[in-house]
Every structure is written in C-alpha cells, then in structure tokens.
Design a protein around this ligand. Structure first.
Ligand SMILES: Cc1cc2nc3c(=O)[nH]c(=O)nc-3n(C[C@H](O)[C@H](O)[C@H](O)COP(=O)(O)O)c2cc1C
Length: 255
C-alpha cells in the first residue's frame, strides 16, 4: 500500500499537526506501507488560477510551474491520501486549501453522477481512500464538526471513500507537555500509531482505537486554567521580537 500524507500546517514540521502525522505514518510503516510525507510549508504552491487550461488547452497539465507537479506525481497511484491540518477558524488551513484547489488538474470537464444521483466531475486520478488528521487549540471536540462534514463532502466530490478521521483538541499539549501529562499524550500518540497500522492494513480504525483517540489529555476546565495562566505570564513579559516556534503551554498541569 502506498500512502501519501500532505501536512498543511503553516508551522510545518515544527507544528503540532506534524506530531500526529509522524505517529500515523510510523504505524502505517509497521504494517508494511510505503509512506511519503509532504509538508506544504516547505513547498511553493500557487493559487489555482481557475483558467481551466488543465482541462482544455493542455489536459492534465497546469499552467503554473511550481512544486505541485512533484506532489501530483507522488499522489499518483497512491492507495491512500492523508490530509493533515491545524484547525484555522473552524476550517482547514489556507495552505491545505490552496493545495486542494490545485487538484483540479486531476479532474476533467465531463460530469458523472454518483450512486445517489449527485453530480461531480470525472477525475482521472483518485486514490481508493482519503483520510483527515487535524488538531485544534480549544478543548472541545465539537470544534471539528465542520471539518468532519467537509471531509465527507470532499471525498464524495472526488469520488473516493473516507478511510477515517483523527482529531486532537487541546493541541497545544501535543508538543512538550508538562511531565504529568506526558503519559496521556504518549498514550494518544500510540493510538494514532495503531490507527496508522489498522488503516495501512486496509481496515477501518477500530472502535477500540477510536474510543482511545476521543479521550482528552486533561479535563477541559484544567486545560482552560492552564492556558489562562500561560497567557497571563506571556502578556506580562516584554513581547519577543518574533513568536516562539514552540507553541506548547508548559504551565498546563493536571489538577
Ligand atoms: C489562524 C489561526 C486560526 C485558528 N483557529 C482556531 C479555531 O478556530 N479553533 C481552534 O480550536 N483553534 C484554532 N487555532 C489554533 C490551532 O488550531 C492550534 O494552535 C494548533 O495546535 C496548531 O497546529 P500546528 O502547530 O500544526 O500549526 C488557530 C490558529 C491560527 C494560527
């Protein structure tokens, strides 16, 4: 099985999303998958110009000469595409969305209808399955409602099946959690790895793994108190010339 992950975090490999992607790909490799890990923050990808030259003038070829052509090659023939993103204003990051718009090159002008009679474009390139990994700053999992709904629509538009979705709220704890939170975060990442193994074996994420993935690292009230004291401390200090790369909140502790 060939699996391609595309990480749309603007913080790239230093971000919280990357920690989840790493764990997932580790698990997939344990199940024998060939994995490709693409970080959009390291790429130049221009906005789709909506010129549709890739459909009419030069079918299958985009007018933009940037890193999308290499990514398109990597996506070709993959069994699974994994989109990964931080939640930005209840949606995918703009970097991930810019990349997704460029998937136009795999479509064609003609329409088809799915089993429910809904129209969509023919696509020349579709993996058998698509999944989503995301994390967010707030503690409640309800913040992923839009992403979950969007994933179902996006997969249907592409004509592919949803393989699974993995979400982490309290995302600030993923990188360098306080000592007492390390077991909870490590346990979560082990479950992300298990999900990678299950998916790469051609299965769904098991009910047992999904249940573990849905557990918060820390009760919401303790997380909120920790974020508040972290922000208080930060705002009292003179502002740094540029924000720290590492957004973790070391003051968040189990209480
Ligand atoms: C522009 C922007 C918008 C954000 N919007 C939300 C949001 O709507 N809900 C939320 O819970 N977190 C939001 N966050 C927080 C990020 O989802 C969170 O910090 C996440 O851990 C970042 O992942 P990363 O380190 O991979 O970039 C936002 C952050 C940024 C920079």
């Amino acid at each position: 099985m060939k699996l391609v992950a595309v990480n749309g975090s603007h913080r790239g490999r230093a971000g919280n999303t990357a920690i989840m992607v790493d764990a997932f790909l580790r698990g997939a490799r344990l199940a024998g998958a060939e994995t490709i890990d693409i970080c959009l923050a390291e790429k130049e990808i221009g906005h789709c110009r909506a010129c549709k030259a890739c459909w009419f003038a030069t079918p299958g070829r985009c007018v933009l000469a940037d890193d999308m052509s290499g990514i398109a090659q990597a996506l070709t023939g993959a069994d699974l595409w994994v989109w990964a993103t931080p939640l930005y204003f209840d949606n995918v990051s703009s970097m991930l969305k810019t990349f997704i718009d460029r998937l136009m090159v795999f479509g064609s002008p003609g329409w088809t209808r799915d089993e429910a009679g809904e129209c969509r474009h023919h696509t020349s390139l579709a993996p058998t399955r698509l999944m989503l990994i995301a994390n967010c700053g707030y503690p409640e999992r309800s913040h992923f409602q839009v992403l979950s709904h969007w994933l179902a629509r996006h997969a249907r538009n592409l004509g592919v099946a949803v393989a699974g979705e993995i979400y982490a709220s309290e995302g600030a704890l993923l990188r360098d959690p306080a000592e007492e939170l390390r077991p909870a975060v490590a346990g979560f990442l082990r479950s992300v790895e298990t999900a990678g193994r299950e998916i790469a074996a051609g299965l769904e994420i098991s009910a047992q793994t999904r249940e573990k993935l849905a557990q918060p690292f820390i009760p919401a009230e303790a997380y909120i108190r920790g974020v508040e004291s972290y922000l208080d401390a930060l705002l009292k200090k003179p502002l740094p010339a540029r924000p720290a790369e590492n957004q973790s909140c070391p003051s968040i502790k189990q209480s």
